[in-house]
Design a binder for this molecule. Structure first.
Ligand SMILES: C[S@@+](CC[C@H](N)C(=O)[O-])C[C@H]1O[C@@H](n2cnc3c(N)ncnc32)[C@H](O)[C@@H]1O
Length: 202
């Protein structure tokens, strides 16, 4: 009851953005901004998987073709109020309606805890098809960590029902990608940041 009330309130785009700010999102946002500064942007698509209200968009102004993808229409509408010239796609990241070999960069920020293990597998299977051969995958994700009480409390009320450990995530990424950067940090939750390239297709 309390959990579903919190979910309804936090679904409002303005409240969602405030919640991210309070929960340490500002620190992670700065890390994300620094990471984006070092990325190669080409002519292909920059896909913001589960982009929500578009919190990543301001740091991706080097993207020539940016597409926010999300399964939640309320979030997309919140995004379009700020970035009405941009493209957005109401879709599921496990079945992205995107042309093969067309993306320079795919971002998946704070998404994996919304996906079952099977859905995560489907998502990672599709990514090497969408990315160009020199394309880049960027994942940032809060981790399941039972040793921190604050982390446990936050997970109890989080909308994502499938928090994952660092081992689960890295093992899955490595099956189809080569990792070039791994970083862990703690801001209430423990977070993982990974940058990877798709393995060569034969
Ligand atoms: C915690 S929010 C993260 C939003 C944004 N990436 C950020 O960091 O602010 C998770 C987002 O994943 C979206 N989502 C969950 N499952 C999805 C799926 N299967 N396909 C696309 N989006 C999904 C939700 O609608 C929500 O906007």
């Amino acid at each position: 009851m309390l959990r579903s009330l919190i979910h309804h309130i936090v679904a409002i785009p303005f409240v969602y953005n405030c919640a991210q700010f309070v929960l340490g999102g500002r620190i992670m946002q700065k890390k994300f901004e620094d990471l984006c500064d070092g990325l190669q942007f080409g002519d292909g698509w920059v896909l913001d998987y589960a982009g929500g209200t578009g919190r990543s968009r301001p740091f991706l102004d080097k993207a020539k073709r940016y597409l926010l993808m999300d399964i939640d229409m309320v979030k997309i509408e919140g995004y379009k109020t700020k970035f009405d010239q941009d493209y957005a796609c109401l879709c599921d990241v496990t079945a992205p309606p995107i042309q093969s070999n067309s993306a320079d960069i795919i971002f998946a920020r704070n998404l994996l805890h919304h996906l079952t293990t099977e859905q995560m597998d489907e998502m990672f299977e599709a990514i090497p098809r969408l990315l160009k051969s020199n394309g880049t995958l960027v994942i940032t994700e809060p981790l399941a960590n039972s040793s921190r009480w604050i982390g446990r409390l936050l997970w109890r009320y989080d909308r994502g029902d499938y928090p994952k450990t660092i081992d689960m995530i890295l093992e899955r990424i490595k099956r189809s990608h080569t990792i070039s950067h791994i970083e862990e940090c703690t801001v209430l939750h423990d977070y993982l940041i990974v940058v990877a390239k798709p393995n060569l297709r034969i």
